[in-house]
Design a protein around this ligand. Sequence first.
Ligand SMILES: Cc1cc2nc3c(=O)[nH]c(=O)nc-3n(C[C@H](O)[C@H](O)[C@H](O)COP(=O)(O)OP(=O)(O)OC[C@H]3O[C@@H](n4cnc5c(N)ncnc54)[C@H](O)[C@@H]3O)c2cc1C
Length: 435
Amino acid sequence: MSASERYSAVPSFWAATANPHPDLPALSGDIDTDVAIVGGGFTGLTTAHYLQRSGIECVVLEANDAGWGASGRNGGMAVLRYKSGWTSLADQLGLDTAQHMFRVLHDAIDSLESTIAHYGIDCGFSRCGHLTAAHGPKPLAALAADVRWLEREMGYEGASVLSGDATRRAIGTDEYVGAYLERRSGGIHPLNYARGLAAGVAANTRVFVSTPVTGYRREAPGFVLDTPSGRVRAKRIVVATNAYTGLFPLPNDLARRIVPVPSNLIATEPLSSSVAQSLLAAGHVVTDSRRVNLYFRMSPDRRMVFGSRGHLSGSNEPWAFEGIEAAMHRVFPALRESRIDYRWNGKVGFSLDFFPHFGQAEPGLYYGIGYSGRGVVLTHMAGKVLAAMLRGDAVDAGPLTRKPFRPIPLHSLHPLGIRLYTAYYRLLDAREEAR
Ligand SMILES: Cc1cc2nc3c(=O)[nH]c(=O)nc-3n(C[C@H](O)[C@H](O)[C@H](O)COP(=O)(O)OP(=O)(O)OC[C@H]3O[C@@H](n4cnc5c(N)ncnc54)[C@H](O)[C@@H]3O)c2cc1C
């Protein structure tokens, strides 16, 4: 990757409407700390927030700007579902584990909300509700089973099923046969959240930007990390670089434990109030139930923000967005003539089991990676869990902390793997669309 790609500004709608970046320094000279956190996205900053509260000294080292990675580019959907539904989690992992995973996920969104309030972050957080829109009867039946599971096993009434008609009214399209509405889910302006969190954390913790960690080595009592502008001597390291873990190759195998998959987003021009009123009328954020899913929401200034799997080239040229524009026109024919004002992309870090993983790769080297497109809430969980691990507490987040998490065999072939899996998943999705 060239230096200009590493540091290039992201031409996103979020960047164009963001609050100013907090005034943070680059590292200059050599420093000592207890914990060095590599990566200044949601994971790194949330970990710093919880370490600070535990009285553990840390520093954050970010190669670019706070929120430069996926954290500042994403759909901003604070979703309260893992990639697998609740019934399938209970079938795979047992009832107790699925119930525990429900509780830690809800605890994470509540903590996210209180962190935003604690620092007074202006990021438009609202519990606007999230729809999982069903692309066919079979996925709708699975979503309905999840609602029944939540009522029966958790006594939870925050989720319900919308009929086809109700979904048509809620979204403004005939594309879906029904939906799962989760009312406690929400939406944020992701870059403003990242910047606000960085500013809040930086009041009591050293947060360095434009400071890539280019290598590290063991040296008693811990590690020495190299950057172009100074060295950091740390007892422990947290790797919080997720899909950008390969940006500056470090001497560990974490980059090979996840697959970086591009995701593209577009934002239209502001829509006329008559068009906007008929789309996403209740203000929900939406992900559909396809394996290669579409996700969309309305911005506060009435732009349709629409995303899906991106072009493998990672190009920001308009041709790389033709597929996603066609998908938006199919779902929302009324937007066929709408100008596209913003096109941008980012990398989603997928793990093989679609769960993030938190743990130690080797003694003293911690990680929180692999959110598989569900990082807005799960990174908050990561920050809490990693801080607890660093305090020496026993932590249980089900398969996120328990399961083995190893390098993926033949990882260097992942571009081919992404192509094959995308084609296969699209085939499965298309078969379920048949009504
Ligand atoms: C287009 C897109 C849409 C998405 N939409 C949603 C959504 O709507 N809802 C949802 O829940 N999730 C979504 N996600 C996923 C979510 O954004 C991520 O899971 C989450 O932001 C990961 O945060 P992070 O802090 O772990 O990683 P990142 O935000 O990617 O941060 C990693 C940081 O590490 C830095 N870095 C890398 N190497 C080094 C180094 N050697 N030294 C110093 N710094 C380094 C990078 O510069 C980067 O800033 C989306 C992701 C993408 C890409």
